[in-house]
Design a protein around this ligand. Structure first.
Ligand SMILES: [Fe+2]
Length: 241
């Protein structure tokens, strides 16, 4: 039981795949998100499913210029408090224990949505470990997701995916055709984004292709993301094919 609930007072189904909203969850005491357990997860994962780099990044960065942190994966996790880094383990569900958490999340979201749950495909899960102050640069993702904050505080700024001043149709087309997730931050329009504070126990739903960037506050951050494709998210994405 992860106990996913909308914080907005309206049901999850009212906003899912349309607009961002906060939820609560019960993952904060789950031992799967202790650092040594994440080291063990990383040890068993193929190297191409782990991405990590320095966390001292600007809001906009060319992905080819993202600096490495000079450490191994295990060192990065164990020294995350002081090594100024950002790391993601992709497809954590390869490990059966993480798979169970992913499936529970999906089942609970499905229950909240009713029959729409049968439309889910490409279910994946991601574990993020970040140093205090780490920045995830401005980007878009090709799936709908729930980003669940497990430890430490984050804040995320999410922009309207329909705002073509913030993200142009050309950028969305390039992304469809295999372009990188990172996008130039629209500094002159920074106040158009909506801020969501994410202490442990809070999560946020991001509809597909919602432009966003993330900043970790003063302590180590651990987050779990559940991503999915739905009929609505794929229909939206194909508008830019
Ligand atoms: Fe993202």
């Amino acid at each position: 039981m992860i106990n996913i609930q909308s914080c907005a007072g309206d049901p999850v189904s009212a906003r899912f795949d349309n607009s961002p909203f906060l939820i609560t969850h019960d993952l904060t005491d789950n031992p799967l998100f202790e650092l040594e357990r994440i080291v063990a997860l990383a040890r068993d994962m193929p190297a191409n499913l782990i991405e990590y780099n320095t966390g001292e990044l600007p809001k906009s960065i060319d992905p080819n210029l993202t600096p490495a942190n000079g450490l191994s994966v295990s060192e990065t996790i164990r020294r995350i408090e002081e090594c100024q880094s950002w790391m993601v383990i992709k497809s954590a569900e390869i490990d059966p224990e993480y798979r169970e958490v992913l499936e529970t999340c999906i089942r609970e979201v499905g229950e909240a949505l009713g029959e729409a749950a049968s439309e889910f495909s490409n279910l994946r899960s991601f574990v993020f470990v970040s140093s205090p102050g780490a920045v995830t640069p401005f980007h878009i993702d090709p799936e709908s997701q729930f980003l669940l904050q497990v430890a430490g505080d984050k804040r995320i700024q999410i922009f309207d995916r329909e705002d073509r001043d913030v993200i142009s149709a050309k950028q969305l087309r390039d992304h469809w055709h295999g372009g990188h997730r990172n996008q130039p931050f629209p500094a002159a329009l920074a106040d158009r984004g909506e801020w969501f504070d994410m202490p442990p126990g809070i999560g946020v739903h991001l509809p597909v292709l919602s432009p966003h960037w993330v900043e970790v506050m003063n302590s180590v951050s651990i987050s779990f993301s559940v991503t999915m494709r739905t009929t609505a998210s794929e229909t939206y994405r194909r508008r830019f094919a």
